[in-house]
Design a protein around this ligand. Structure first.
Ligand code: NAG
Ligand code: NAG
Ligand code: NAG
Length: 284
């Protein structure tokens, strides 16, 4: 509950900030005729910004060839043999991961079981299912959080993807991944971040990584879960500070598409896409 309010607050703030920045840019343009590129492009200035700018850990998922190689094969003295060996540990396939936020549910109910989808929520799930099917991709699996709203969303989506294997996972349940920065006024006990944070990080490590060595073909996997979980995954996958997760907003039934290449590079192709839903089906 508190998080839902918190993210609405966060979205409000973000919206205002964007307007202020746009207004400032317009004023500047009018006043000076021309805006110098240097004045508008960002460069790290403070020591903190310099420390965090443009760093990419290519072994973030511990699946770089050197990490996959057995210790007794790591004979670096024989350079030729080592290089040849390394080739055997290169991942071959790309993974496409579709993170779906569950659709609208009954907020008046108090238990997870009773918190089932509203009729609008069911319509949203139908639209998301149709959208995923219309992309014409050969999906490999549909994984969903074990919470009622995620399970129901996944079940409706699965109607449009006949024969697709479905799996339920407790790690993907909603929670408080990490204390957000900037802070929110809705206080959460530290123990909650401590507990949920470790679980959601475990979910990240289980699901978000480059393909396994034995994977031959590119894969397309659907994960139906929750806004906090998805936002945390996106920050972690892009190596952005995870504390910033609450600065993003995701619509109900939206699609967030991550691509992970064999070399571990990650691309966010869409974030919270609901462009396929008619405006009257979006929940506000
Ligand atoms: C999604 O639905 C929930 C209720 O299930 C609602 O609180 C929330 O505001 C909705 N979010 C968006 C972005 O529409
Ligand atoms: C939502 O849940 C409340 C409490 O369980 C229930 O009284 C109400 O009928 C539910 N609303 C819908 C639309 O299912
Ligand atoms: C990979 O794709 C090829 C070509 O579509 C297919 O023949 C092969 O069976 C696939 N391999 C696996 C493990 O699915």
């Amino acid at each position: 509950m508190a998080f839902r309010k918190a993210f609405q607050v966060a979205c409000g703030i973000a919206g205002t900030a964007a307007v202020v920045v746009a207004a400032a840019a317009t004023t500047q343009r009018r006043g000076e005729g021309r805006v110098e590129a240097a004045a508008v492009s960002w460069s790290p200035s403070s020591p903190l910004e310099q420390r965090t700018a443009a760093v990419w850990d290519s072994n973030w998922d511990k699946r770089e060839p050197i990490s996959l190689m057995k210790p007794n094969k790591k004979n670096k003295d024989d350079t030729e043999d080592f290089t040849a060996q390394l080739e055997n540990y290169k991942v071959k396939a790309t993974r496409h991961i579709f993170l779906i936020r569950h659709s609208q549910y009954n907020l008046s109910a108090s238990t997870d079981k009773e918190r089932s989808l509203t009729s609008l929520g069911r319509e949203q799930a139908e639209l998301t299912g149709q959208r995923l099917a219309s992309l014409g991709l050969n999906y490999d699996v549909l994984i969903h959080s074990s919470m009622t709203r995620a399970k129901e969303t996944a079940t409706i989506i699965s109607k449009y993807l006949p024969g697709l294997e479905m799996m339920s996972c407790d790690l993907l349940r909603e929670g408080a991944p990490i204390e957000p920065v900037p802070p929110v006024s809705h206080w959460k006990p530290e123990a909650m971040y401590h507990e949920d944070g470790a679980r959601i990080e475990a979910a990240f490590r289980r699901y978000i990584h480059r393909a396994d060595l034995k994977q031959e073909n590119d894969s397309y996997e659907i994960i139906v879960c929750h806004a906090n979980v998805i936002r945390y995954f996106v920050c972690r996958a892009l190596q952005f500070p995870p504390e910033g997760w609450l600065r993003m907003c995701l619509n109900n039934g939206s699609i967030t598409w991550l691509t992970i290449r064999p070399n571990g590079r990650v691309a966010l192709r869409t974030l919270g896409d609901t462009g396929f839903m008619p405006p009257d089906k979006l929940s506000r």
